[in-house]
Every structure is written in structure tokens, then in C-alpha cells.
Design a protein around this ligand. Structure first.
Ligand code: ATP
Ligand code: MG
Length: 488
């Protein structure tokens, strides 16, 4: 990825001297780097020019500059300016003010949103240190902290230097000035990119205390970019991981989506566990992995790694991924365990599955929120694992029409690939999906023919049960076809 870095940033005077000798910002003029308007979203450029025209300073900052210099694809463009959010809002009719903790403006162009924030002063020190010059401080109203030192609101505006200091990592404090096309490096980010280092700006402990999500961001960039976390940036993470308990579940949910959607999910998952952060995101899953619990038909760690591998491959080959799918993967081992427990209590299999799913989801939302648009398809995917083995009669045709068929089928393939023996079920469904109608009937017949042995066929008519017992039929169906044998 970094091979082209030297050609991307050339001849930067005194760029790589020691930090003590360095005076910031380092300014890289247009001819000495390869970032140009062609690499940028035309809408982001429009926003920059419009703000400049209205008399404000405006820069591109953060991920888009970092990713370009690394040679990675950029997905969003963040603009920063000395105009207040209200002033930005007044400049763009196609904009809206958002956020409370961190007030900013979204300027919308069709489906693209350009996020515009105002230079922040580092209100980190407002408890004891100096009041920064130029900040429009309304302490208590614009900046607030929790008893744990967490920044609850961060709306104290300041200069570009102050803005750079309160950003998270050095490589995220690079600014692109569209007026002269120069890049401004305020904290040594260019050098860290060259050395592939993730380095937090300022005192790591203070910075994690202010915002514990920065620990997750360090891991995210390590996973995504393959950079090393600088030892002093890494050192306090394990010990401070528990601070994630104070982060609202909705924010952690957003973070998990970014963590797992980076295309390097396996590495990220392993780093999260290594640094003791994963348990604050998925406590049940971590407990289960730690306990070493396994069954003949499920090896939790192998299954999760297979699910992540599958998602990584999809992302890397430009295919879409549904984030709820990964959530379903990460929680499936816990569902399987709970299901087994409910069965052991004598609960019929279908209610046991639903109960297990509810229990796991209820526990999970205490850590990371899961909106209903996620939990419903997750339940459907889990449910599908018990339905896919039952293909006789019209069932296979009906299942194929199910909106969650594809996700359920992919999930099944991951189970098989991670070692669960399902008697060639994945291959059968693969063939069925691509067969003509006549071939499909033959495929169903081939199961019917074997049905008497493998219980995957039409049931013999049984005497009618009384209503109170009706669940038991479903129970025996699911037990016979379930992904579970109950031996530990
Ligand atoms: P990407 O968008 O590729 O995930 P990014 O670095 O652009 O990465 P964003 O969440 O879009 O991440 O944030 C934009 C910029 O805002 C960052 O580059 C960083 O400068 C700053 N930033 C984001 N989150 C924090 C934080 N928790 N603390 C300090 N600065 C932050
Ligand atoms: Mg970004």
C-alpha cells in the first residue's frame, strides 16, 4: 500500500527530522504531493470553494487525506472550517445542523453527504490548564465532562492549530488547502504514515479518558491499514478498556459496524481480543470463547473466523455485505448455547430457539444497540438454519422465495466451512438454486427417496395430537434437523 508514499510526498523540507527539532505545521506545496482535485469528491471541492468565497477558511481533513497518501480508497470527505455550524448552515441551503455532543453540519448532494465541522479548541485542559486563545468558551454549555473525565460535549471553537491537537491520531491531523493545494501537517502525521505508525496526539491516557472510543479507533486503523500501534499509544489500552462501559450502546454499535466493515475483520477481531476490548462490545461471545465451549456441530471460534473471512473476501472483491449478517455470526454461538439450555429444560425446539434469540439479543443491546432493522433479519437467518434442512414437498420452493434465503444460505455455508457436518446440505441448495424446475423436482425426490432413513422427508401421518401438545411435532422436526447435537 505504502510503496508510492515517497512519490506521493516528495522533497518535503525537513519532513523526517526528529520531532523535537520539527516546527509545525509542515507545509507540503502542491508540486510535492500527488493529491489533486481529481482525487477528491467534486462536491467536497464545491463546499470548500463556497466557504472560501464566503470569506471563511476551509480544509479537507482526516481520513480522505490519510487514505490518499497511503494509496487506499477513500470513502468520505470531511471538511473543517473556521465558520461556526450556524454560519455553515446559513451558507448552504442543502444543509442541516446535526449532533449535540459534537455539533456539525451535513451538506447533502443527492446521496452524498459532506460533513463540515468547525475548528475545535482542545477543551481537554479546561479543568486546570490555560484557556486557549481565540476560543469562544462557554464552559459548561459548550464543553462538558462526565465524572470519568469523558468529554460529553465538545463545542468549544478555536484555531486550526488547536483543532489539530484535539484530533485523535497524527495521521488524521493532515489538512488540505484547496486555495493553494498544499497539505499542512500539524502533528507529524506524514512521518508516521511513512513509518506505518499509529500514534495518538498528546498524552494517551488523557486522550482515552476524554473519549474511550479512541481505543477502538486505534484498533480499527491497525486492522484496516496494517499499521503498528506506537508502544506508548498501545500501553494504556488494556488497563483503560473498561471505560468503554460508559459509552452509549448506540455509539458502540456504529463503531462495531466500522470495525467489522473494514475488509480486515479477522485482524481487527484478533486485535480487539488481544487488547481486551472485544468483551465490552460482545460480552456473551467473549465469555463463550474464553470458556472453550464447543459442540460436535459448532466450534465457535472457527465459525466466527470463517464468517469474518467470508465478509473480508466479499469486501475486498467489491461485493456488498449486510452488517446484520456479521452480527448474526458473532452472536450465533451464544444462541446455540442458550438453545441447548432451553431444550435441556424441556422446552420445545422452536420456542427454545426464539427464546434463546431474545435472550442473546437482550443481553447484547446493553453493550451495543441493535436496531430492529438488524435484529429481525438476524432472527430470520438463525431461524433459517432450522428450516433449510427441511426441503420436501413445496418447502424448498417456498424457502427459495424467502427474502432472507440468500443470507440464510450463506450462513449455512459458513457453518459447513467451519467444520459443521450437514450432509452436503450446502451443495444441495447450491444445485437447487441453479436447476431447472424439472431438475429441482428430481432433487426433492432424491431426498424423499432417502427420507425414511434420514428423517428429512415427509412424515408418516400420525394420530392427531391434542392442541396443548402441538408444539412437540415442531420440536421433533427441529431436533432432527437442527444444527445441534447436544454433546459437549
Ligand atoms: P474513516 O472515515 O476512513 O473511517 P476517519 O479518520 O475519516 O476514517 P471519521 O470518523 O470520519 O474517521 O473522522 C474524521 C476525522 O475526525 C478523523 O480523521 C479525526 O481527525 C477526527 N476524529 C474522529 N473521531 C475522533 C475522536 N473520537 N477523537 C478525536 N478526533 C476524532
Ligand atoms: Mg472520515
Amino acid at each position: 500500500m505504502l510503496t508510492g508514499f515517497k512519490t506521493l510526498v516528495r522533497k518535503a523540507t525537513s519532513l523526517f527530522t526528529s520531532p523535537e527539532d520539527q516546527s509545525y505545521p509542515i507545509v507540503i506545496p502542491r508540486n510535492n504531493h500527488s493529491l489533486s482535485r481529481q482525487n477528491l469528491s467534486p462536491n467536497a471541492v464545491k463546499v470548500l470553494y463556497r466557504l472560501n468565497k464566503a470569506g471563511y477558511d476551509a480544509y479537507l481533513v482526516g481520513g480522505c487525506i490519510r487514505d490518499h497518501l497511503i494509496g487506499a480508497k477513500t470513502k468520505d470527505f470531511d471538511v473543517v472550517t473556521n465558520a461556526t455550524p450556524e454560519e455553515v448552515h446559513a451558507t448552504f441551503s442543502n444543509s442541516r445542523l446535526i449532533g449535540r455532543r459534537f455539533r456539525l453540519v451535513h451538506v447533502t448532494f443527492g446521496r452524498e453527504i459532506i460533513e463540515v465541522s468547525t475548528f475545535r479548541a482542545n477543551s481537554a485542559q479546561d479543568d486546570n490548564d490555560s484557556v486557549h486563545k481565540g476560543q469562544t468558551s462557554l464552559k459548561g454549555k459548550d464543553s462538558a465532562r462526565s465524572t470519568h473525565g469523558m468529554l460529553l460535549r465538545d463545542n468549544v471553537y478555536g484555531s486550526i492549530e488547536e483543532d489539530a491537537e484535539r484530533r485523535d491520531f497524527t495521521f488524521n491531523a493532515l489538512y488540505y488547502n484547496v486555495q493553494d493545494f498544499s497539505i499542512h501537517d500539524y502533528c507529524g502525521g506524514l512521518k508516521d504514515i511513512e513509518n506505518k505508525v499509529i500514534r495518538i496526539i498528546g498524552d494517551p491516557r488523557k486522550r482515552y479518558q476524554e473519549d474511550p472510543v479512541r481505543m477502538l479507533r486505534a484498533i480499527r486503523f491497525a486492522g484496516k491499514l496494517g499499521f503498528e500501534i506506537d508502544p506508548s499509544t498501545a500501553a494504556p489500552i488494556k488497563e483503560m478498556a473498561h471505560l468503554l462501559d460508559h459509552i452509549p450502546p448506540a455509539r458502540l454499535f456504529e463503531e462495531v459496524l466500522k470495525l467489522m466493515g473494514s475488509g480486515n475483520g479477522i485482524k481487527t477481531f484478533e486485535l480487539l481480543r488481544e487488547y481486551g476490548l472485544f468483551r465490552y462490545l460482545f460480552p456473551d461471545t467473549e465469555a463463550l470463547l474464553k470458556s472453550g465451549w464447543k459442540r460436535d456441530d459448532i466450534n465457535p471460534e472457527a465459525f466466527i473466523l470463517q464468517g469474518l473471512r467470508n465478509t473480508d473476501n466479499r469486501i475486498q472483491s467489491g461485493k456488498t455485505t449486510a452488517p446484520y449478517f456479521l452480527y448474526a455470526v458473532l452472536l450465533w454461538p451464544s444462541v446455540a448455547l442458550r438453545h441447548e439450555e432451553f431444550l435441556a429444560q424441556g422446552m420445545p425446539a422452536t420456542p427454545a430457539l426464539h427464546q434463546a434469540a431474545s435472550m442473546v439479543l437482550d443481553n447484547q443491546v446493553a453493550s451495543t444497540a441493535i436496531p430492529r432493522r438488524f435484529s429481525t433479519p438476524m432472527r430470520e437467518i438463525w431461524d433459517m438454519q432450522f428450516r433449510l434442512p427441511k426441503r420436501y414437498g413445496k418447502r424448498a420452493f417456498l424457502l427459495l422465495e424467502h427474502p432472507r434465503f440468500r443470507a440464510g444460505f450463506d450462513f449455512l455455508l459458513i457453518r459447513e466451512a467451519s467444520g459443521t457436518e450437514l450432509g452436503g446440505l450446502g451443495d444441495w441448495w447450491e444445485a437447487f438454486q441453479h436447476a431447472t424446475e424439472a431438475q429441482q423436482r428430481d432433487l426433492i425426490k432424491s431426498i424423499d427417496a432417502r427420507a425414511s432413513d434420514n428423517k428429512d422427508g415427509p412424515k408418516k401421518r400420525r394420530p392427531r395430537r391434542r392442541k396443548s401438545n402441538s408444539n412437540n411435532a415442531a420440536s421433533s422436526d427441529i431436533k432432527n434437523n437442527a444444527p445441534s447435537s447436544t454433546n459437549k
